[in-house]
Design a protein around this ligand. Structure first.
Ligand SMILES: Nc1ncnc2c1ncn2[C@@H]1O[C@H](COP(=O)(O)OP(=O)(O)OP(=O)(O)O)[C@@H](O)[C@H]1O
Length: 273
């Protein structure tokens, strides 16, 4: 389907990681949006990027998705160094769940899934899925519990249903890395819980898949979260396993507000103290 990247762009160390961000700074309009940030994601790890508004979470996610380049430092995505690889090709290999994604409203759910193969809002003219692509789409529709909605039009779906479709769509290129940009935004309580359950199920569906998810609220972290990076003002406050990084001290400092962080049944909450 897509062109392959030059293997000489892969460095041996970076090849061990799905994502390697090393001492990265990003400056826009003379403003440092990220300063000296590093983190490394291995297959099967599930990372959360946490921090208050304007902390730099989306900017960091853009680097992970090869949509931005660092001003300083190095980013390797799937072993390929940004700046030395065809980013258009690289982007097509990364799954991206963005609630703001545009899908042509007249497409059916099944067709919307196929658009994930091209990272586009619509289907290419005269294109038809091959047997493997058809089987994958049916498998994902079933795994994410949307097979009964497969022939429904995208425009009539509820926000909750759309989110599931966007996850299935992002998995169509069979990525090793899945980026989730505030995947529970705008959902009611039940829809949020269902969405988090679906995200948690990805671990069983694709054990090698690594995910990086941006969120503001600890309550929106799936229990499957293994690691976290906490940012404030474009700087790293904590980075490591979820237990190391998501603590009362770190979260209070990040949000500049005293909170007590609790974890029950795998899920987190923050209570003002
Ligand atoms: N292209 C740009 N040029 C200048 N400033 C930018 C640019 N993109 C983002 N910023 C600024 O960088 C800061 C970090 O933005 P970013 O969207 O990464 O934060 P965030 O942590 O995702 O915030 P939120 O939780 O509000 O979505 C913000 O102050 C934003 O205004």
């Amino acid at each position: 389907m897509a062109m392959d990247a030059d293997a000489s762009n892969m460095t041996p160390d970076a090849a061990d990681f799905v994502l390697a961000v090393d001492s990265v700074s990003l400056i826009r309009q003379r403003r440092p949006l990220l300063q000296d940030v590093s983190f490394h994601v291995r297959p099967g790890e599930h990372w959360a990027l946490l921090g208050p508004n304007g902390a730099g979470k989306s900017t960091l996610l853009s680097l992970c998705g090869a949509r931005e380049h660092p001003t300083r430092g190095e980013v390797h995505v799937l072993g390929h160094r940004l700046g030395r690889v065809d980013t258009h090709w690289l982007r097509s290999t990364i799954g991206h769940v963005d609630p703001r994604s545009r899908i042509e409203p007249w497409l059916t759910v099944r067709e919307a899934l196929y658009t994930g193969l091209f990272g586009a809002a619509g289907l290419r003219r005269h294109w038809a899925p091959d047997t493997t692509e058809k089987e994958l789409a049916e498998r994902l529709l079933a795994s994410l519990g949307i097979e009964e909605k497969a022939d429904r039009k995208w425009e009539v779906l509820s926000q909750g249903e759309r989110g599931r479709v966007l996850i299935a769509r992002a998995l169509m290129p069979q990525p090793s890395l899945l980026l989730l940009d505030e995947p529970t935004t705008g959902l009611d309580l039940a829809a949020r819980e269902i969405r988090l359950k679906v995200i948690g199920q990805l671990r069983d569906l694709r054990p090698e898949l690594a995910t990086v998810m941006v969120t503001h609220h600890l309550e929106e972290l799936p229990a499957s979260t293994t690691h976290a990076m906490v940012l404030a003002d474009g700087q790293e406050l904590a980075c490591g396993t979820a237990e190391e990084a998501i603590t009362s001290g770190v979260i209070s400092e990040a949000f500049d507000y005293p909170v007590r962080v609790e974890r029950r049944n795998g899920r987190w909450s923050a209570i003002g103290s």
